[in-house]
Design a protein around this ligand. Structure first.
Ligand SMILES: Cc1noc(COc2cccc(F)c2F)c1-c1ccc(CNS(=O)(=O)C2(C)CC2)cc1
Length: 272
């Protein structure tokens, strides 16, 4: 489905009184295709057990995966990649994209006091401990705190999330490496442009761009730990009796051997 960009559609042809919108189409398209907030369907009246918490996270994850695939396919240029590359990019980046978006919701809605997975699934300290993922939750909260410290803008957030989709590749390379690298560069330039909108001098712009790309790099470390936990929970799901819905199971089954074999290569802006 063609996504119209309001900036072009809404800019009156000739009206000297109203300055033409200068936001480049890419940023306004990212705004238009941004998925809505999804509810987990969490029953807050039930006894809160670790198993129920994790199973609820997984059913929320399943719903978010459906939206994530739609969002990726609506992202300008993504569909021009080789279909196999589209698949592997989503398989390698879904955890990072979901976590980054959750950090953003936690920043916007709770000032990073809590982890805002969904309007009906918000983790306070106690729930973080109960979830058996306390350290991962702290790592996630730190991401949200960085967004708050930088007072990250919605445009910067959406550009960074687009870059995250294009930040983990197979070690042996993609089917169409050139079109991937061109697309990644396009979104990195778009991020730089969004940073320029938040700063008033080139030096400030580069400093902020440096800090935001550092934050993007740090997502890889958090995601590594999360994937380990995810794979461990998945392989022992009968033991923990944590439910893994269909699409999640498919993605994890496809992704797990490659990641454990060290085939997933994280693209970083900075030396570690
Ligand atoms: C949905 C959803 N919105 O955000 C996130 C990122 O989650 C976390 C991020 C950081 C620390 C944590 F502690 C998280 F939980 C998810 C999300 C939910 C489930 C799964 C797969 N399931 S899983 O096995 O990894 C697990 C987590 C249930 C145990 C994967 C992402």
């Amino acid at each position: 489905t063609m996504v119209t960009t309001p900036s072009t559609a809404m800019t009156p042809a000739r009206s000297p009184s109203i300055p033409p919108l200068i936001s480049p189409p890419l940023v306004s398209t990212l705004q238009v295709i941004e998925p809505d907030i999804i509810s987990a369907g969490f029953d807050n009246s039930r006894a809160i057990t670790t198993t129920y918490l994790l199973s609820s996270l997984n059913s929320l994850c399943e719903k978010q995966l459906v939206c994530l695939v739609k969002w990726a396919k609506a992202m300008p240029g993504f569909r021009s990649l080789h279909i196999d590359d589209q698949m592997v990019l989503i398989q390698y980046s879904w955890m990072g994209i979901m976590s980054f978006a959750m950090g953003w919701r936690s920043y916007l809605n709770t000032n990073c006091e809590l982890l805002y997975f969904a309007p009906d699934l918000i983790f306070n300290e106690q729930r973080m401990k109960q979830s058996a993922m306390y350290d991962l939750c702290l790592g996630m909260r730190h991401i949200g705190e960085e967004m708050m410290r930088m007072s990250m803008s919605p445009d910067e957030f959406r550009c960074m999330k687009a870059v995250l989709l294009l930040s983990t590749v197979p070690k042996e390379g993609l089917k169409c490496q050139a079109s991937f690298e061109e697309l990644r560069m396009t979104y990195i330039r778009e991020l730089h442009h969004a940073v320029g909108q938040q700063t008033s001098s080139p030096v400030q712009c580069w400093k902020r761009f440096y800090q935001l790309t550092r934050l993007l790099d740090s997502m890889h470390n958090l995601v590594g730990g999360l994937l380990e936990f995810c794979f461990m929970t998945f392989t022992q799901s009968d033991l923990w009796s944590v439910e893994f819905p269909e699409m999640m199971s498919e993605i994890i089954t496809a992704q797990l051997p490659h990641v454990l074999a060290g085939h997933a290569h994280a693209l970083r802006f900075h030396k570690k």
